[in-house]
Ligand binder design. Structure first.
Ligand SMILES: *Cc1c(COP(=O)(O)O)cnc(C)c1O
Length: 376
């Protein structure tokens, strides 16, 4: 059994994907060109925003967004304590300070009350300017943007939605990657919408930010590539990756999000009352980058993972370590924020195999090993 079966997906889409790759090679247009602009238009239409700018990966996408806002030394940027390293790394790369915020135990996403506590802690400390909040759509579920927007507005913060895992999610039928003042995603192969290498994208309705990002991602270009008006970076999506994403986006919109939701519902039906299954709040839709259960203790979680492994069932621990505990961030973050939820989650979470092509038999098998392990 595969954790995320990209081979099955390729078998389903092989003709279209191969055709796209052949076309790019035949055209010899490997950077930019019509595949990239066609993809950007389709992504923007899917998400429901005005601009989509593709780039090299999801980490660059976050960094480019912060660059467009001129974030740097003296800025405090609020990041969930329970996320992938990139969400905080990009803040530190630019010389700003990541301030970590605890998450909600049910949804794994940024807790609005903890955010407000972190902001008031930074204000009381008086050294940094609270500037941006980066809510992460963890495991495919959009963060609680309704609550976070209220807090952000109260303190004049911009919202950068890290939708690297959240593409395809929804709140009240509005798509993920449309909730931030700028939003980003990643096309890393294992993400909900993945390419066959690295890739990323930035979404916004803000014309000025979109134009700045288009400049920053090509060496700070001005009117053309050899007119450089600011220091930028080289971050582009290859034409081959754009070609691969075109049929993948069509399948994603047509059936993959629905199918992965069916698989998740099946897990929940089989495991409810036996372990803590994921909680999707009313009106929210997850694109299930992960299906993550919670056990009672670290010992129980680790023993279950070992038991699954014995039966050749892959599982992953996302994430074993809190951001505030990462050595790279040491010395920062003492604003009186309590990280007890993240601390507990790092010890008790376990992500199970899930993807749109998983069979009912595989879901049944995983669930029965878990039930047997827990003596049910
Ligand atoms: C994967 C991921 C990123 C980074 O994406 P890359 O394309 O790997 O650079 C950023 N944030 C989160 C939450 C992620 O899961």
């Amino acid at each position: 059994m595969e954790f995320r079966d990209l081979k099955k997906q390729y078998a389903a889409l092989k003709n279209d994907i191969d055709h796209q790759i052949d076309e790019v090679i035949a055209s010899s247009r490997f950077i930019g060109g019509s595949k990239v602009s066609e993809l950007e238009e389709k992504l923007a239409a899917y998400v429901g925003v005005k601009h989509c700018v593709t780039c090299g990966n999801g980490t660059d996408a976050l960094e480019l967004a912060l660059m467009a806002w001129g974030i740097g030394e003296g800025d405090a940027v609020f990041v969930p304590d329970f996320t992938f390293f990139s969400s905080g790394e990009v803040v530190a790369i630019l010389g700003a300070t990541p301030v970590f915020v605890d998450v909600d135990e049910d949804t794994f996403n940024m807790d609005a009350a903890s955010l407000e506590k972190a902001i008031t802690g930074v204000v009381a400390d008086g050294k940094l300017r609270p500037s941006v909040v980066i809510p992460v759509d963890l495991f495919g579920l959009p963060a609680n943007f309704l609550e976070i927007r209220k807090v952000a507005d109260k303190y004049g913060l911009k919202i950068l939605e890290d939708g690297a895992q959240g593409f395809g999610g929804e709140i009240n039928r509005q798509k993920a990657c449309s909730f931030g003042d700028i939003s980003t995603t990643s096309f890393f192969p294992a993400k909900p919408l993945g390419c066959y290498g690295d890739g990323g994208a930035i979404f916004t309705n803000d014309d000025e930010a979109a134009e700045l990002i288009r400049s920053y991602c090509v060496h700070g270009k001005g009117k053309m590539k050899y007119d450089n008006v600011r220091i930028g970076m080289n971050s582009r999506l290859d034409s081959i990756q754009a070609g691969i994403l075109l049929p993948k986006l069509a399948a994603f919109a047509e059936y993959e999000v629905a199918d992965v939701n069916r698989a998740a519902a099946k897990y929940t039906e089989l495991l409810k009352g036996i372990v803590a299954t994921p909680i999707i709040p009313e009106g929210f839709l997850s694109s299930w980058a992960q299906y993550t259960i919670r056990l009672e203790s670290r010992e129980q979680r680790d023993a279950l993972q070992a038991c699954l492994k014995e039966r050749s069932i892959p599982s992953m621990i996302y994430y074993p370590k809190q951001m505030h505990n990462q050595e790279a961030f040491s010395g920062e973050n003492d604003y009186g924020v309590d990280y007890s939820v993240t601390n507990r989650l790092c010890d008790t979470v376990l992500s199970l195999p899930i993807h749109p092509y998983i069979s009912d038999d595989d879901v049944n098998e995983v669930a029965s090993v878990i039930k047997e392990f827990l003596g049910q």
